[in-house]
Design a protein around this ligand. Structure first.
Ligand code: NAP
Length: 296
């Protein structure tokens, strides 16, 4: 069997087309969805993520502003910036680009964002709402994984989903999303981590296997059953002297071997990655729709 390749680039483009329509509808009502991004410092990876978010927002007709603070900005200054944005009715979504410099408490800053504007879905109130299955902005990467599955014809309903990795940004919220008694969810979940003895034992029982560990080739072909759907969230740099930058990006699964066994698999790059920014845009549009009374 050679697996179908689930293209995040294609699913993301489809969602962005839909978002353009939703933005146009909001504009007809006099509302322009607006996203504020706070960037502290000039970490190159963060700068490139922020640029992608700004470009994506512009392409679907949203308003976006990036507020740049120096790397040595005091925590108080960051909190004041967030406070201003919380109070500014022009903005529907606020995103503080992570990681923050070490002298700033990420938890404090995230908890300071108004839950209604928390388009990353990391505020403790939204984490609780997500677990309870209440309407709220869902964390972008796991929400993107759910959308990729559903839109590619692999609805998790009734399936056994094994998630490798229990971080607060991927594994745990994906569990919260897929366990709900809802359309596009309703799955049976197993979650594995470094305390799991024999991950392969659990992984081989997966209808849908999600790898979010941050370890290249952590999932090998012997850990995947024939016909499983494999979602690779991992993004890892490995040295590659043939590349101009001296490295290439790989996921957490042994793609070449597993694609011969799985029914479907996501590539890296071009898999989950493009979905993350798209779901951020969706959360911002949804926040604007909620405020305009067009969504729950
Ligand atoms: N495509 C995207 O947009 C996107 C977004 C976010 C993250 N990512 C990528 O996804 C990967 C995971 O990110 P993250 O932020 O969730 O990472 P993280 O915070 O480092 O968490 C990694 C998780 O994997 C578990 N783990 C690590 N090594 C393991 C092993 N050998 N066996 C079993 N479990 C293991 C850890 O277990 P413990 O809890 O026991 O330590 C932890 O729960 C990274 O490669 C990251 O770059 C991609």
């Amino acid at each position: 069997m050679t697996a179908k390749i689930i293209s995040g680039t294609e699913v993301a483009a489809q969602i962005r087309e839909e978002l353009k329509g939703r933005v146009a509808k909001l504009k007809e009502k006099g509302v322009t969805p607006a996203l504020a991004v706070v960037l502290v410092g000039e970490d190159p990876a963060s700068v490139s993520y922020v640029t992608a978010k700004a470009k994506g927002a512009e392409e679907i007709g949203m308003h976006e502003e990036t507020l740049r603070l120096p790397a040595d900005a005091a925590e108080e200054k960051v909190l004041q910036t967030v406070d201003k944005l919380n109070k500014d009715p022009k903005f529907h979504g606020i995103l503080v680009q992570l990681p923050l410099p070490k002298h700033i408490s990420t938890d404090k800053v995230i908890s300071f964002i108004s839950p209604e504007k928390d388009v990353d879905g990391f505020h403790p109130v939204n984490v609780g709402r997500a677990l309870r299955g209440e309407p709220c902005p869902l964390p972008c990467t796991p929400h993107g994984v759910q959308q990729m599955l559903v839109r590619s014809g692999y609805d998790p309903d009734g399936k056994h989903v094994v998630i490798c990795g229990r971080s607060n940004i991927v594994g745990k919220p994906l569990t919260a999303i897929l366990m709900q008694k809802k359309k596009g969810a309703n799955a049976t979940i197993t979650i594995c981590h470094t305390g799991t003895k024999d991950i392969g034992y659990y992984a081989r029982q997966a209808d849908i296997l999600v790898a979010a560990m941050g370890v290249p080739k952590a999932i090998t072909a012997d850990m995947v059953r024939d016909g499983a759907v494999v979602i690779d969230v991992g993004v890892n740099r490995v040295e590659d002297k043939t590349k101009e930058k001296g490295f290439r990006l790989v996921g957490d699964v042994d793609f070449d071997a597993i694609k011969e066994k799985a029914a479907a698999i996501t590539p890296v790059p071009g898999g989950v990655g493009p979905m993350t920014v798209t779901m951020l845009l969706m959360n911002t549009v949804e926040a604007a729709e909620r405020k305009a009374g067009l969504a729950k």
